[in-house]
Design a protein around this ligand. Structure first.
Ligand code: ADP
Ligand code: MG
Length: 240
């Protein structure tokens, strides 16, 4: 479980500020979706939450603990990217178990149990002995998600995980992710997309980002029915 608090978060690359003071509370166990046009800072904000990138200013805490200086593994996060980045020479099982084998003193049986449980959740149990190249794009993305699940993260971060899939697989995998949220109610999920349908169907709440700032936060219905601006309306809602 983790409640994530962002207080006036800023990030600059050189002289260019790309996150310009984001304050946002993400509730424990919530599915929060970041949407916004390309280049508005969605991926950067997610990387800041993950700890893969350092914030320039502000304060970030998980369950009241300031995590500004903590590495990704110390934060208890797992991340799924747009491209699945599986190890090509390892089987599905090995890919899913790899992170756990790095944790010192984790018993083999425990690792096996976790991998099988994740594989079952994602219906990839039949592919555990295969290599990534023997899988379809959709199956590979499930392995990437499964690998993240085995880490038992308190925060699950997704950066456009469906954008490399064709339309049918996108829908199927989206449904898998919705089920995942149902079965991992203790895990806070933050999900980046530029796809309105994904945002509307998956989110407990949506955060609309515009040029490095929060434009509006609310449930899908709130944003749809009461967009604060034409920008939000254009993205999600009906015109004001
Ligand atoms: P989004 O994911 O919403 O498309 P990004 O977070 O990837 O947007 O990028 C936001 C802005 O920050 C863009 O203008 C991008 O060029 C810039 N940016 C992202 N990462 C870096 C980096 N490592 N160095 C310099 N500029 C970056
Ligand atoms: Mg991005």
């Amino acid at each position: 479980m983790a409640k994530i608090e962002l207080k006036d978060i800023r990030k600059s690359f050189g002289a260019v500020e790309v996150i310009k003071g984001v304050s946002l509370d993400i509730r424990s166990g919530e599915f929060m979706v970041f949407v916004g046009p390309s280049g508005c800072g969605k991926s950067t904000l997610l990387r800041l939450i993950s700890g893969l990138e350092d914030i320039t200013a502000g304060e970030m805490s998980f369950d009241g603990q300031v995590v500004n200086a903590l590495t990704p593994s110390k934060r208890g996060i797992a991340m799924v990217f747009q491209s699945y980045a599986l190890y090509p020479h390892m089987t599905v099982y090995e890919n899913m178990a790899f992170g756990l084998t790095l944790e010192k003193g984790k018993p083999k049986e425990e690792i096996k149990k976790r991998v099988h449980r994740a594989a079952e959740m994602l219906q990839i149990s039949d592919y555990l002995d295969r290599l990534p190249k023997q899988l379809s794009g959709g199956q590979r993305q499930r392995v990437a998600i499964g690998r993240a699940i085995t880490r038992d993260p308190r925060v699950f971060l997704f950066d456009e995980p469906l954008s490399n899939l064709d339309a049918a697989l996108r829908v199927a995998t989206r449904i898998e992710i919705a089920k995942l949220h149902e079965s991992m109610r203790d895990t806070t999920m933050v999900y980046v997309t530029h796809d309105q349908v994904e945002a509307m169907t998956l989110a407990d709440r949506i955060c609309v980002l515009r040029d490095g700032l929060v434009e509006q936060v609310g449930t899908p219905m709130e944003l749809y029915e009461k967009p604060d601006s034409m920008f939000v309306a254009g993205f999600i809602g009906s015109p004001k």
